[in-house]
Design a protein around this ligand. Structure first.
Ligand SMILES: NC(=O)c1ccc[n+]([C@@H]2O[C@H](COP(=O)([O-])OP(=O)(O)OC[C@H]3O[C@@H](n4cnc5c(N)ncnc54)[C@H](O)[C@@H]3O)[C@@H](O)[C@H]2O)c1
Length: 438
């Protein structure tokens, strides 16, 4: 099939390469000329495991191309994916300005009937506005620009794997024709055993917000437990293991630490709460999730202050700057929130990250960067594990201790076993677990 993709960011580009990989003819477009120039040169504009290789493979095959012109992506397409950003407005509401602009682009350039897919995360009811815009702009097509909701569930850091092997493909549509087009589009995935769930459009839109809020709830639940465990002398990892052994609960996402970040959970929870409010339902649980998440960062600051006393003139090494491992994405990154708070209290902050260092420096120019974790630790008064990159689990902790000015390790992601750290001669301050001295 011929597929157009508007917005070639973290979701749009993955949509491009995965659909081209299964044999569709895909044309991507983006309003950022630089991004398209990078893609035309064959360079992925962000880091994601396996992306560069798949981009190369699919563009070489001739099935994937990029253009600054929306007309090129939209004209003749059977399906057009809208993958633009939906950032939070100051009120917390999702801004749908880019979604509307994309809808107008589709209407302007469509040469015939097409299915227009909401891939961006949008509040329930957005399809109605999308449909109205398409009809208003193209009365001649008589409603044959049909709207479908197909929310994205990929995880950054595993995006290619998730796109090629999705747990489920959620499709909200109104007509048999639209369902038929989407089934054809995803036929290869279905043949490989990946299920499609079909619903009405509002249900699909709402299900995406429901999933993200619930995942964030699990993280915040673990972080609230961590605060109680720290006061009670209990171990939050063991508590989470007990909870997770109950199949009704499940172990995933019950990890206490610096909390969630990234482009989805923070803004989607706000948007969901605003949507609920607009629909006349008060949903304070959602703001509680966000409050506990902020507290997860301040709890680490408290821990560092407890270990170092005054933060003025202290040097703190942050290991990990991206919001999670496997990505260079630093949007709403908890490590950067931590860096800001530490700097406000007078500390110097040095950071190391295998992929996100340059992005972090762009966001926080005062941040010092180190070329490796040992360099970051060198002369610092404590090291803080902020992102659970695999390479940190392999650190030579004796080398870290020797590099530090004070032998203090704060573990904001609980990646180490206490015995292991203490054996290296470090004083260990995990999250929601008792601190241990050598
Ligand atoms: N990042 C994720 O893990 C993830 C996962 C699931 C869903 N989502 C949702 O997908 C949507 C996109 O997220 P993202 O992370 O890909 O954002 P992103 O910022 O990485 O990408 C959005 C892209 O859209 C482009 N764009 C904006 N307005 C445009 C326009 N009018 N025409 C053409 N291009 C335009 C931007 O230049 C950018 O490249 C959001 O709604 C997000 O909530 C994201």
């Amino acid at each position: 099939m011929r597929v157009g993709v508007i917005g070639t960011g973290h979701v749009g580009l993955i949509t491009c390469v995965s659909l081209a990989e299964v044999g569709h003819q895909v044309a991507g477009t983006d309003s950022e000329a630089q991004k398209i120039a990078d893609l035309q040169r064959g360079e992925a504009p962000f880091f994601e495991p396996g992306l560069q290789e798949l981009l190369h493979q699919t563009t070489e095959s001739g099935r994937l191309s990029f253009s600054c012109s929306a007309a090129t992506a939209v004209a003749d397409a059977d399906v057009v994916f809208v993958c633009v950003g939906t950032p939070a407005r100051a009120s917390g509401e999702a801004s749908l300005v880019a979604v509307e602009a994309a809808a107008r682009d589709v209407a302007r350039h469509a040469t015939g009937p097409a299915v227009v897919v909401e891939k961006s995360t949008v509040p329930a009811g957005t399809s109605l506005s999308l449909k109205r815009t398409l009809r208003r702009e193209r009365p001649d097509l008589g409603g044959r620009l049909e709207v479908v909701s197909n929310p994205e569930f990929l995880r950054e850091g595993h995006a290619i794997e998730d796109a090629l092997h999705p747990d489920r493909i959620l499709i909200g549509a109104e007509t048999d024709h639209a369902f038929g087009v989407m089934r054809r589009l995803y036929a290869t995935f279905v043949a490989q055993g990946h299920p499609i769930i079909e619903t009405d459009i509002q249900t699909a839109e709402l299900a995406k917000h429901a999933c993200n809020a619930f995942l964030a709830l699990k993280i915040s639940y673990a972080n609230a437990l961590a605060r109680i465990c720290e006061r009670a002398g209990a171990d939050v990892v063991a508590v989470a293991d007990v909870m997770g052994s109950d199949p009704r609960i499940g172990r995933a996402f019950l990890n206490a630490g610096l909390g969630y970040g990234g482009y989805c959970f923070p803004k989607d929870i706000q948007a969901f709460q605003r949507l609920a409010g607009r629909l006349g339902y008060d949903f304070p649980l959602l703001s509680e999730i966000a409050r506990i998440n902020q507290e997860a960062v301040t709890a680490v600051v408290d821990k560092i202050r407890e270990a170092l006393w005054n933060l003025e003139d202290k040097r703190v090494a942050l290991l990990g700057l991206s919001f999670k491992p496997g990505t260079d994405d630093i949007r709403f990154s908890p490590p950067l929130a931590l860096a800001r708070l530490l700097r406000e209290e007078g500390a110097t902050v040095v950071g190391y990250d295998p992929e996100a260092a340059a992005n972090a420096k762009g966001e926080l120019p005062e941040l010092e960067l180190a070329p490796d974790p040992y360099d970051a630790a060198s002369g610092a008064h404590c090291a803080v594990v902020c992102t659970e990159w695999e390479e940190f689990k392999q650190l030579d902790l004796v080398r870290v201790r020797d590099a530090l000015a004070y032998p203090i390790l704060v573990d904001g992601r609980n990646i180490f076993e206490p015995d292991q750290v203490v054996a290296a001669g470090l004083s260990y301050h995990p999250t929601g677990r008792p601190p241990v001295e050598p």
